[in-house]
Design a binder for this molecule. Sequence first.
Ligand code: HEM
Ligand SMILES: *[C@@H]1O[C@H](CO)[C@@H](O)[C@H](O)[C@H]1NC(C)=O
Length: 328
Amino acid sequence: MATAKHHSSPCFLFLFSLILFQFHLGKCDLQPNYYSQSCPQAEAIIKREVTNLYHKHGNTAVSWVRNLFHDCMVKSCDASLLLETVNGITSEKTSGRSFGMRNFKYVQTIKAALELECPLQVSCADVVALSARDGIVMLGGPHIEMKTGRRDSRESHTTVVEDSIPNHNDSISLVLSRFQSIGLDVEGVVALLGAHSVGRVHCVNLVHRLYPTVDPTLDPNYAEYLKGRCPTPTPEPNAVLYARNDRETPMILDNMYYKNLLGQKGLLIVDAQLVSDPTTAPFVQKFADDNDYFFEQFAKAVLLLSENNPLTGDQGEIRKDCRYVNSI
Ligand code: HEM
Ligand SMILES: *[C@@H]1O[C@H](CO)[C@@H](O)[C@H](O)[C@H]1NC(C)=O
């Protein structure tokens, strides 16, 4: 029944006509409400699960936002991020760039709710995208209309993670060029990094700005606060000690991040550079001055990230368990 319904989707008809014309490409565009026939409740189920998880563990919403970045930035929004190391696949999560990522186990909670309603219909890649969208709303950010129809990869892209996702101390020019390759301009990059308005940073990513001498671009009072949070120059890599990205409203996605940057309170080097570099600084000022304008640009940037090079049509697959490719 579900299959018959699925076959009436516009993408299938489009593919079918391509087959008739003997040039089957197997690729379709993402569509608004792709699951309207095959799983009409899909978007409502994801929103319900994201909301429940937020009320049980608020930090899950933060994780869905970071997941979107780490999945979509690496080659494609294809849920490759979620694959575990098994059967010749090396998980992208083993990369140093994934340090501190959390709450992966709750992706299963969302996916299980979808499987209960409509088995093998809704991709993990769309779970990544829509959970980020709904997480942003839970954090007080803007609502973003997102298309669906992404499909899941059958491989991880671990070898290119470090070429795609910048390090916390990379130069602004490298950061801009990485994002430019997915179509984001300078203003879009400054807007997207507003995601660092929420969440945490472990001391290992900070201490080099505090010891042996305090980075002169850091506000001295803020540096004292950070030294209190991270009292040793050599924290254990997995030490749970961390500082909030934005001390005032660490669980609210708003333009406080940019106000902090103007006050020399950027946590990571990539954050601090946005205000010290003349190409990015004007946008920091604009976003600090106008939260609505920040939301508009943030929504645009997140949408663009969420549509990076998806697998569609008959590419990839719909994984049953987001951690493993389906067996053949
Ligand atoms: C130049 C680009 C970026 C770099 C170098 C970077 C780096 C980092 C680092 C080092 C952390 C802290 C990890 C830890 O110590 O636990 C972090 C946290 C975070 N990042 Fe980024 N990031 C970048 C861009 C983004 C983007 C584009 C987004 C989303 C749109 C994002 C979302 C987040 C979130 C939500 C957290 C907090 C996670 C948590 O509290 O669990 N980041 N990032
Ligand atoms: C950036 O940080 C990493 C550790 O996260 C370190 O190995 C590397 O040397 C640093 N690079 C620079 C240019 O400071």
